[in-house]
Design a protein around this ligand. Structure first.
Ligand SMILES: *Cc1c(COP(=O)(O)O)cnc(C)c1O
Length: 324
């Protein structure tokens, strides 16, 4: 009788139930008892894994035992109620179920035609969020806006940068190249993902200006304006400002009305990085955090051009769920 490597539907049902029970036990009980920060030394987990790729599969029970004995000691427990490091990243039962359904369907969402429901649900929920966050109408898919789910705020920043670059150069960067350096601006407190995106986009890390902050760690608009003027005088092309609403280290809020007015006057793309604090905007009483994002039509100040927000930080969704 030949050995079967195929997991039958009965086996899948049994193992899936066991795994769900394992997850519930982990979340309700064990995570409270385990040390929050993994206590292993570098290489310790790897040393316990088989040196060569296994020739044969193992029973599910043995694999779950490996999870307990080998992997769990190497996990830092972001879901622990005692976790206060890095930034919050809380998952939830509904998010886990959604992930399971998505895996079960094996959805491909790269084009509308590859699964229309995927694109339409994404577009529709992002329009809901325009309503829920009180964002300007131009962020809706019915106009020139519309949101997408990115894997990370890092990717969102890269997309915004590329769009800004092409707008600033009339699509010349792609076709003919530009003969002068493009320059982007952000505060010294900006997340490192922006510097990375500048590098990936080929802008050159030397063309990101880190503007100093005030005592509340918010960017100083006067210094921003000075720096833009100096770059113009030296023949560069200022094109992009990233304002942060909730910096990762201190939740500092950059002043959007002042920055918006500068971007309008100077013709720069304004990207609002609300990766950290975006979830707070679901509360109407917290909308003041993005006061100025809809601009001041009377004064000719438009809304920000783009906004990113990470529900995977503290809205209970699973990484990766970053909205642009
Ligand atoms: C966490 C964070 C990011 C990066 O988010 P990723 O989704 O991990 O790329 C960017 N900006 C701010 C303000 C953040 O807090």
């Amino acid at each position: 009788m030949s050995e079967s490597h195929h997991m039958t539907e009965d086996a899948f049902r049994r193992h899936a139930h066991a795994l769900v029970d394992w997850i519930i036990d982990y979340r309700e009980r064990r995570v409270r008892e385990l040390p929050v920060l993994s206590q292993v030394e570098p290489g310790e987990i790897r040393a316990r894994l088989a040196k060569d790729p296994p020739e044969r599969g193992e029973p599910f029970e043995a694999m779950l035992r490996d999870v307990d004995e080998i992997l769990l000691p190497g996990i830092t427990h972001w879901q622990s109620p005692d976790f206060f490091a890095f930034f919050p990243a809380n998952t939830s039962y509904p998010a886990i179920l959604g992930e399971l359904l998505s895996a079960g369907l094996g959805v491909q969402g790269m084009l509308w035609a590859t699964s229309p429901a995927c694109t339409e649900l994404e577009t529709h929920v992002l329009d809901w969020l325009v309503t829920m966050l009180g964002l300007p109408e131009r962020f809706r898919s019915s106009g020139t806006g519309g949101g997408t789910i990115e894997d990370s705020a890092s990717s969102a920043a890269l997309c915004a940068l590329l769009a800004a670059r092409e707008r600033a150069t009339g699509f010349a960067t792609n076709e003919r190249g530009v003969d002068r350096p493009l320059v982007a601006y952000a505060s010294t407190q900006t997340h490192s993902s922006l510097e990375k995106a500048i590098g990936v986009a080929g802008i050159g890390k030397g063309n990101l200006r880190s503007i100093d902050v005030d005592e509340a760690f918010a960017i100083r608009p006067d210094l921003l304006l000075e720096r833009i003027a100096a770059d113009r005088a030296e023949g560069r092309i200022p094109f992009f400002v990233c304002a942060t609403v909730g910096t990762t280290s201190s939740n500092a809020i950059d002043p959007l009305p002042e920055i918006g007015a500068i971007c309008e006057a100077e013709g720069l793309w304004l990207h609002v990085d609300a990766a950290m604090a975006g979830s707070a905007l679901l509360l109407p009483e917290m909308r003041h955090l993005v006061a100025g994002i809809d601009g001041d039509p009377a004064a000719g100040v438009p809304a920000a051009d783009s906004l990113s927000w990470n529900p995977h930080k503290w809205m209970g969704t699973i990484l990766d769920c970053s909205l642009l």
